[in-house]
Design a protein around this ligand. Structure first.
Ligand code: FNR
Length: 190
């Protein structure tokens, strides 16, 4: 069975550039891996009462089950107010609990940030990395992926235009795959 790489986009917006990037990555997977988009749309805001509670919302259980089938993760984050959008931070929180049952533990990741502005969501990219350190998500260092002017990257059908950004993304995906395949990552207590 193929290892699965979950692609998580930190936006719920219908015309989200992050979601379009997620779609574009699907065709960049090598034969030996499955790239799978994991939707964050139905996850409720985390409440610690969910932990080990019989009334835990079905959407929480469903998201955790989906993540348990995932071996690695590519996060595609936009930036809200110089940080990680709440929908993505909430997914991290929901997946991290109950304590000791984190779905993130030791799953190698990459962070691709994007923005219509020139700053490329640098703030969100690095705030996300801060949480990933604690969650023991070993995160690819290089190449860093900061995509500016993301609103100019797609054609009218929402597909990534041919060009240097598409080539760069494929190279970044290849680097992630190579690094994922090293399989040197150890689970930790959380
Ligand atoms: C933004 N946007 C934004 N952009 C940015 O580069 N830095 C920022 O700090 C913010 N802050 C911010 C806050 C809020 C509440 C919104 C709604 C938007 C603009 C943002 O980059 C733009 O809306 C993107 O298109 C959002 O990503 P998706 O939905 O296209 O994936």
């Amino acid at each position: 069975m193929k290892n699965v790489i979950g692609i998580l986009a930190g936006s719920l917006r219908r015309e989200s550039y992050s979601k379009k990037l997620a779609n574009a990555l699907l065709s960049m997977a090598p034969d030996e891996l499955e790239f799978r988009i994991i939707s964050l749309a139905d996850i409720p805001i985390y409440n610690q009462d969910f932990d080990d509670h019989p009334g835990v919302p079905k959407a929480v259980t469903a998201f955790r089950k989906e993540m348990e089938q995932v071996d690695g993760i590519i996060f595609i984050t936009p930036e809200y107010n110089r940080s990680v959008p709440a929908v993505l931070k909430n997914a991290l929180d929901v997946g991290s609990r109950p304590y000791g049952k984190s779905v993130w533990n030791a799953k190698p990741a990459a962070v691709f940030s994007n923005s219509p502005s020139n700053l490329s969501a640098f703030g969100a990219n690095h705030h996300l990395r801060q949480s990933l350190v604690f969650l023991n998500v070993p995160t690819m260092q290089q190449p860093e992926v900061y995509l500016p002017k993301v609103n100019e990257l797609f054609d009218e059908s929402g597909n990534l235009k041919e060009g240097s950004t598409k080539d760069f993304l494929q190279k970044a995906v290849n680097a992630y795959v190579e690094w994922f395949n090293k399989k040197i990552f150890k689970r930790w207590k959380n």
